[in-house]
Design a protein around this ligand. Structure first.
Ligand SMILES: Cc1cc2nc3c(=O)[nH]c(=O)nc-3n(C[C@H](O)[C@H](O)[C@H](O)COP(=O)(O)OP(=O)(O)OC[C@H]3O[C@@H](n4cnc5c(N)ncnc54)[C@H](O)[C@@H]3O)c2cc1C
Length: 525
């Protein structure tokens, strides 16, 4: 706070030739600090209050990030090598989520204005968070030499695949490997489906990814969901009709459809899907069922925290470290959702981020039919949210909305809703539907979806490391795309190539791996 006013600091930067420019905005005043002369290692080190008197107003060009920052934030900028600028901000973020001490770091090529994200960590009251940073790392060369690992090793022994992460992706890979008779063990820190795989919507669509690189994966997966459900449907698989509409302020004009479980103010304007094209699963039950089915075919589940990948002298994977103990294996699959970024300290992996979402589960009984609703909702303060409502066959209705960029706790068990988010979501639900307003709330929760810099999942071999694989970054479509991902990964690991789906668009080698120098924490942990 400066002069008692709530202050937002926006900072952007540009690096041209030997000068570094950082843009700061405080209470509407934009300051531009330009530091010229590349010879000095450490250029400046100051608090935000120092910065307020250090330079004059300037244009806001190159502003890239927005964070409310404590006045005592330390800003440190330096040139680490002749080619690389770095700067670091150390302070307290004040957000709706409270105050969080953090270090934010950016590194980029001297002549570059663009950079890609990597990560660092922060500690707040004992909880460790992963925070975005940036690096100018360049993409690794594609490695065509790795022959991959095969279901049968060259010495004739059966291979053992170590799967890191017991979400829907890890469980599905274990299931499809086990169907091929390949030994798989899933290592999970907290519990199967403890994260987004247990708290997501579980909505499935046949053709909503058409026209994108995800189309074939989604179509294959939609078909697999139906086929799996024929075997054992106790994870709440059903087809449903899906609508789109509006709610909240200015929604009061009539809609084309009348869903009688919605309030009169809700306007349903479109049918987005039919029972031919949209379906649902209960996400936790589906993930757990995949894991159980894998176990029934010989796969194993072990609860423990993975902290490293062990490599042979030739660089190939030899195992993982779980709770301090080395477990030997012939292939390692990283499928830790947003926590896959932790594995970038162990293997050359691209960045993966977590985007938080909030959800409620209502006990609605039989009052809500099999009608999903995607809604645009304008809150009283003008904010626009996009609630998604999924009534389930078990007599519950799931509603999610309100995304936030809150930092990802290193411990999946420490994920909690942002302050105020659940109350806002409850108010939205009360307005949208009398059936929700009168129903008991069974769960108030938050979880992180894994996202990648280009929005596509990472499914395939880790470039340059024999026996290492990655399957994550499915964003809002992991429940949908888990079966086809599991099937294709099993083919890739067992046969050396995926046949049912072309994995080329999801090749991890398309994105730069994180800079090794940045993979280790700067702020503890
Ligand atoms: C609000 C919301 C709604 C969604 N709705 C839908 C939907 O309707 N349809 C859809 O298709 N998708 C949906 N998604 C997306 C989907 O649910 C997630 O993207 C998906 O669950 C991710 O699965 P995962 O297996 O990759 O990761 P996760 O479910 O995050 O699993 C990763 C696992 O790794 C474990 N782990 C982490 N660190 C370690 C460690 N060091 N050692 C061992 N284990 C570790 C964690 O405990 C966790 O169990 C939604 C997502 C959100 C956030």
């Amino acid at each position: 706070m400066i002069g008692g006013a709530s202050t937002t600091l926006v900072f952007g930067f540009s690096a041209i030739g030997s000068s570094l420019t950082i843009c700061l905005e405080m209470s509407g005043t934009v300051l531009k600090l330009t530091v010229a002369g590349a010879s000095k290692q450490l250029w400046f080190f100051f608090t935000r209050q120092d910065a307020a008197s250090a330079a004059g107003a300037a244009e806001t060009a190159d502003i890239a990030k927005q964070r409310p920052i404590d006045p005592q934030t330390l800003i440190c900028a330096y040139r680490s090598t002749p080619q690389v600028f770095e700067y670091c901000l150390i302070g307290n973020t004040k957000s709706t989520a409270g105050s969080c001490p953090w270090i934010w770091h950016r590194k980029f090529a001297a002549e570059a204005r663009d950079a890609v994200f990597t990560t660092t960590r922060a500690i707040d009251r004992g909880t460790e968070y992963i925070l975005p940073m940036e690096t100018g790392a360049s993409p690794p060369a594609r490695d065509q030499s790795s022959p991959g690992s095969y279901g049968q090793l060259t010495n004739g022994q059966a291979m053992h695949v170590l799967i890191c992460g017991g979400g829907v992706i890890g469980a599905s890979i274990a299931y499809f490997l086990s169907r091929r008779g390949i030994r798989a063990t899933v290592f999970e820190r907290t519990g199967v489906a403890c994260a987004a795989s247990g708290k997501s919507g579980g909505f499935l669509a046949l053709d909503w990814c058409d026209g994108t690189p995800l189309a074939a994966l989604a179509r294959r997966s939609f078909a697999l969901h139906a086929r799996l459900a024929e075997v054992d449907a106790d994870w709440g698989y059903r087809r449903l009709t899906t609508y789109g509409g509006f709610g909240g302020r200015r929604s009061r004009l009539g809609g084309a459809y009348n869903l009688d479980w919605l309030s009169a103010d809700a306007r349903v304007t479109r049918q987005l899907g039919s029972t031919e094209t949209t379906a649902q699963v209960h996400p936790a039950r589906f993930s757990e069922a995949m894991m159980r089915a894998a176990q029934a075919r010989g796969a194993a589940l072990r609860i423990g925290r993975i902290s490293d990948v062990v490599r042979r002298a030739d660089g190939a994977v030899a195992g993982i470290v779980v709770d301090g103990e080395t477990v030997a294996g012939d292939a390692v699959v990283v499928a830790m959702g947003p926590w896959s970024i932790l594995a970038a300290a162990w293997l050359p992996l691209p960045a993966v981020f977590g985007l938080k979402g909030h959800s409620l589960v209502f006990g609605t009984g039989a009052s809500v039919p099999a009608q999903a609703l995607f809604c645009e909702y304008r809150e009283a303060n003008g904010a626009v949210e996009a609630p998604e409502l999924f009534p389930r066959p078990d007599g519950t209705t799931y509603v999610c909305a309100i995304s936030s960029e809150s930092p990802l706790p290193v411990d999946p068990a420490a994920v909690a809703p942002d302050p105020g988010a659940i109350e806002r979501l409850e108010a939205i639900c009360r307005e949208l539907s009398p059936a929700l307003a009168s129903a008991k709330i069974l769960a108030r929760q938050a979880c992180f979806r894994p996202i990648t810099p280009d929005g596509l999942p990472l499914i395939g071999r880790v470039p340059g490391v024999e026996g290492a694989y990655l399957a994550t970054g499915h964003s809002v479509w992991s429940m949908l795309n888990a079966p086809a991902t599991g099937e294709a990964m099993a083919e890739l690991i067992a046969d050396g190539t995926a046949r049912t789906v072309d994995l080329a668009p999801f090749d991890p080698a398309r994105l730069p791996s994180l800079d090794p120098a940045r993979r280790h924490s700067r702020a503890g942990g």
